[in-house]
Structure formats: C-alpha cells, structure tokens
Design a protein around this ligand. Structure first.
Ligand SMILES: *Cc1c(COP(=O)(O)O)cnc(C)c1O
Length: 394
C-alpha cells in the first residue's frame, strides 16, 4: 500500500494527539456519570465545564450559552427546529441559502412540510449571497435567518457581520452553520450579532460524534428530545464526556495556533493552485479567491470525470473529494457548484482538496504530479476532449 496522503480535511480530520491524551482518562478511570454526586461523577462534570469554558472563550460568549450535542447535524437541527417551533407565534418564514449543508437543507424541507415557508437565497459565481437580496426577502413573518459561515465545498466565507447587523436591526434571529469555520476563522458572536452557532469537533482535529451549539441567552429554542435534564434541559442523555473533553481541547489548540495554521495551509493551497493552473490546461478555480477558507481549493477540470479522477487518485494513496462526502456515491452534480452557475458537465469534473496540518509541500508535489498524469490520461480517452482538440486544430 502507498503511504496515505490526506487532502480531505473538510470531510473530517484525525484526532490531535494532545486531544486524545486528554480524552483517554474519561474512557477509563474517570468513567463517572457527570450527574452523579460522588468524586468521579464530579470530576466528569468539572471536565465538561472546563470544555464549555474553552468553547465560550474561543467564540466570545458566556459558558452558559454553550450546549454540547451529538454532532454538527444535531446542532443544525436543534437551531432550526428549536427556534421555528418556539417562535411560531411570531411568524412562519425562514431565510437560508441554496448552498447550505444537507443538515440545514433537509431540516428546512421538514419544516416546510410542517407549514413553514423557507426562502433559499441565490449566490453569485463566487458563492456569496447578495445583502440587498437578503434585505428584500425579509417579511413581517420572518423569524429566522440561517446562513452558513463558510461553505464546505468551495470554502466561500459569507459577510456574517453584515448579516448579523441586519438580523438584529429587524429583530430576527440569526443562526450560522459554522462547522467549517470553527478552527479556521476568528469568530466573535457578540461583535457579529450571532444568536445561534453550530460546530462539530471532528472538523477541527477533535473526535467524531460530538458537537456544540451556542444559543444566546434569552433566545427561545425548544429541545429536540425528551429525557433527563442534561445540558440545562436542552439535550437529554448522559453526556459524551470524553468527546466533550476532546472538543474543548481541540478548539483551544485551534485558536491558540490560528494564525500560524492559517498561513501554513493557505501557502500550501496557493502553491497547489498555482501549479495546477500552470501545468494543466482547461481548469477553473471555484469559490471566492479571497473570502475563502485558508485550506480549501475546489477546481473544475474540463473534460475530466470527477469520480474517475478520485478513484485514480485513491489508487495512488491520495484522499480527496468531488464535493461533499454526503453526496458521494450519487452521480448528481453538487448543488453548490450548480448554484454558482457551473454547467452540469463542468460541475461533475470538480475536485475538492482541503489542506490540513499534517500536509507538507512534498505531499502537495506528489498530488500535483499525479493530477497532471491522471488528467492527461482521462482526457486522452474522453470523446468530448478528442472532439474538442480536433475542432480546435481545424
Ligand atoms: C460536516 C458538516 C456538517 C455536519 O457535521 P457532523 O458533525 O458531521 O454532523 C454540517 N455543516 C457543515 C457545513 C459541515 O461541513
């Protein structure tokens, strides 16, 4: 087997060793239930509260405004359903975008079935919403605006502070799916007027199966499931203590090292894109060139099938993605790439590379060499490409 070269950090990340070290005792000696009153129970409770403090410090809120959940998808469900149900006496209109993660889009579909009206904002060719369009879509019935902080496929970062300002002025709640942004972007929920924010540990070198949500004090948000009174009665079920400890440590490490981390991964990304554009013809970089996650690169390779590209890269030990992991296995082109205006055939030839802390320049060179060779080979057997070359020459 080839050495694995991992370029899919938007799908998930490996647990950081320091994070794992802090988690381990809570699987073994510190196995107490945080609701129990004896010492090992209290120790578990203390560890959860320390994690809560770390999360609140990272995004500038009060620890009591943080609730731990089972994943980013659960946080998104809780934000949308919880707010919609608790505020339905005020109105039935929700505004979101066409490029959200399925955890938002499918939750909105469920809410539509319940009778809520949902507006899905368009985005421009860089993936940005239009602020004027958002203002125009607000009605007296609007109770919630949910717009992702950064997109998981093309990395585009939305004007969150501007959106927050508008929402606050109009007295509308503002939720942002920040699963891709946390650990990559500075976040200040107070300054940005964010009312609810979702995150997931496994996207920033924490464990899978644990997430968190920030809910500003005073915001009405119903719980999703009934049971015990854990997490201030917002999330029944015995806490995933080790996971929560891992999330807390991971977010602390991420924000202590934010600038050096961002610089190193954006350098690798920029080098990669420069080499691709130099060495492979008929490519297009997707997403906003500046307002973009530091480690994200989404490139369309004309006359290349994305799935075939992925399989060939995998044979050489390279992990990448054609879009979101959630839609792989299906042959439909990505809803995000269609929303930024790519034709179906170009959207299907797109490759998402997301860089992370273990990547080196040598890994990137290996990736580029493989891409050059594979793209050439796939094109040489593509009827569309051969036809294009023939007409080009005549
Ligand atoms: C990964 C992701 C989610 C889902 O998080 P899980 O913890 O895997 O449920 C939601 N939104 C975005 C933008 C994501 O990238």
């Amino acid at each position: 087997m080839n050495k694995i070269r991992y370029f899919d950090h938007a799908a998930t990340t490996a647990v950081d060793e320091e994070v794992l070290k802090e988690m381990i005792p809570f699987f073994s000696i510190e196995y107490g239930n945080p609701s129990s009153l004896y010492t090992i129970g209290r120790n578990a409770k203390k560890a959860i509260e320390e994690a809560r403090r770390r999360v609140s410090f990272a995004i500038n809120c009060d620890p009591k405004e943080i609730y731990f959940t089972g994943c980013g998808s659960e946080s998104d469900n809780l934000a949308l359903k919880g707010v919609a149900h608790a505020n339905k006496n005020k109105g039935n209109h929700i505004i979101t975008t066409k490029i959200e993660h399925p955890a938002i889009l499918n939750t909105c579909k469920t809410l539509e079935e319940e009778g809520f009206n949902v507006t899905y904002l368009d985005v421009d060719e860089d993936g940005l919403i239009d602020i004027q369009d958002l203002k125009d879509k607000i009605t007296d019935e609007t109770i919630l605006i949910s717009i992702m902080f950064a997109n998981n496929e093309i990395g585009t970062i939305q004007p969150i502070e501007e959106i927050g300002k508008i929402a606050r002025e109009k007295n509308i709640l503002f939720h942002t799916d920040s699963v891709q942004a946390v650990g990559n972007v500075k976040i200040d929920v107070k300054k940005m007027n964010i009312d609810l924010l979702s995150m997931s540990a496994h996207k920033f070198y924490g464990p899978k199966g644990v997430g968190a949500i920030y809910i500003r004090s005073g915001v009405k948000c119903n719980k999703l499931q009934d049971g015990g009174h854990q997490e201030k009665d917002k999330r029944a079920g015995t806490e995933n203590v080790a996971g929560i400890v891992g999330l807390g440590k991971a977010i602390q490490i991420a924000y202590e090292n934010l600038e050096t981390y961002n610089t190193s991964i954006s350098n690798l990304r920029d080098y990669y894109e420069m080499q691709v554009e130099k060495n492979i013809p008929y490519v297009k970089v997707n997403g906003h060139r500046i307002k973009r996650l530091p480690g994200n690169s989404n490139i369309s390779f004309k006359f290349v099938d994305g799935e075939a590209l992925l399989l060939n890269l995998d044979m050489n030990g390279i992990c990448a993605s054609t879009g979101s992991a959630c839609s792989s296995g299906s042959t439909n082109p990505s809803h995000v790439l269609l929303a930024i205006g790519l034709p179906e055939n170009i959207a299907k030839g797109s490759l998402r590379i997301t860089f992370g802390k273990e990547n080196t320049k040598e890994d990137v060179d290996y990736l580029i060499n493989n891409l050059v060779e594979i793209a050439q080979r796939l094109r040489s057997i593509s009827p569309e490409y051969l036809e294009f070359i023939r007409t080009e020459k005549s």
